[in-house]
Design a protein. Structure first.
Length: 383
């Protein structure tokens, strides 16, 4: 989730040469503080620069939350109106990636300066990593598609909030992220939130599905959340150990080319499964009409990419850890819209699960604030 979530000719690792590329980005779970190039002309404490920074943060938060919310609701709408292709639902999650070339071009065009990949970086190695990550993303998106088909969107979104807990675990083992009391508290709360939904009998069968399909949807959504967090940690390892550069264009290239691989894999799955044969009939049988069918798929793909722009933007201006936290924040918000648009049942157990998820998010977010405060103090003392 999403992921979603951080991502030429030969993988294009060289990226653009804009001044923005001089800014080092803190990757998910990393304990090292962000640093700026010594060539910065505007002072860090400039009121104008400070205002501009907050505007960029707010704009990217809006893109991420709006895109993620819209794409999830449109995905549910697709199924509710008669859509049934899991591979098509998977395909549209990454098929809109060409939109990201616009951002890559805009940031490249700001400077004629060029940068090259680290001498240690092998183009073949990067290409293989992109292919591997892209295939994992395709599998992850397929699990999300099944989860959204078999679960009410409110239940689905709350289970997805567990990705933050998985992120903490994977970051601990793969990225040397420290486990503090606040992070441990967050993991426990988010685990309880997901567990409550797993044992809630009232939430099961709300889509007219069997108990077995509810359990399958629950397990696949939980697995997708874990896989998404694993992808983020593997991307961090790639940035730190292989590419050894953490710039805007490098992060954006990762987003684009892993999405390309995932899209191709989804397209192959669509044809290999035979689901492509049912698409014409599915479009004609779509309850709200053929035009609505096409527009639903189109705007779902665009919404996913709007969310991706928000993800990449937050990685660039803040950090990918913060980006993942904001992504998780959107998940407890989606059930509110699900009740309004799809009349999902919001019982006491779901409300408690939502509150636990929000509490877990706040706990994790406060730990980020504490880490950032310490990093700033350290930076000031070094200066």
């Amino acid at each position: 989730m999403a992921g979603d979530d951080g991502s030429s000719g030969g993988a294009g690792v060289g990226g653009g040469g804009s001044r923005e590329d001089e800014v080092q980005i803190q990757i998910t779970g990393s304990s090292k503080p962000e640093t700026s190039s010594a060539n910065e002309t505007a002072p860090q404490n400039s009121p104008t620069k400070h205002w501009h920074w907050w505007l960029m943060v707010a704009l990217n938060i809006f893109f991420l939350i709006a895109g993620q919310t819209a794409s999830t609701l449109l995905g549910r709408f697709y199924y509710n109106q008669g859509g049934n292709s899991k591979w098509m639902s998977t395909f549209v999650q990454t098929a809109g990636f060409p939109v990201l070339f616009i951002a890559l071009y805009l940031f490249r065009s700001k400077s004629t300066q060029t940068t090259t990949a680290s001498p240690e970086t092998s183009v073949t190695k990067i290409t293989l990593i992109y292919i591997a990550l892209g295939l994992i993303i395709a599998a992850d998106d397929l699990m999300y598609s099944y989860g959204l088909l078999y679960l009410p969107v409110s239940t689905y979104s709350l289970i997805c909030a567990s990705q933050l807990a998985f992120n903490a675990v994977f970051s601990y083992f793969l990225n040397a992220q420290k486990f503090t009391a606040l992070i441990f508290n967050s993991v426990i709360l988010l685990t309880f939130s997901a567990a409550l939904l797993g044992v809630d009998e009232d939430s099961q069968g709300t889509n007219g599905l069997s108990h077995g399909r509810y359990i399958l949807g629950f397990m696949l959504t939980l697995g997708a959340s874990a896989t998404y967090s694993l992808i983020l940690s593997l991307m961090q390892v790639t940035f730190e150990k292989v590419i050894k550069r953490e710039t805007f264009s490098v992060v954006l290239n990762m987003q684009i080319y892993t999405a390309l691989v995932a899209t191709i894999a989804s397209l192959i799955g669509l044809f290999a499964s035979g689901e492509w044969k049912t698409l014409k009939g599915e479009m004609h049988a779509f309850s709200s009409g053929r035009l609505s069918y096409v527009m639903t798929l189109l705007w779902t793909a665009i919404s996913w990419q709007i969310a991706s722009v928000g993800v990449v933007g937050l990685i660039f201006v803040v950090s990918s850890l913060f980006s993942n936290v904001i992504s998780t924040l959107a998940l407890p918000i989606i059930p509110v819209f699900a009740v309004i648009f799809f009349h999902d049942k919001m019982d006491g157990v779901k409300i408690i699960a939502m509150l636990l998820a929000i509490w877990g998010f706040i706990s994790y977010g406060y730990q980020i604030y504490v880490n950032d405060k310490k990093a700033r103090k350290t930076s000031v003392s070094v200066e």
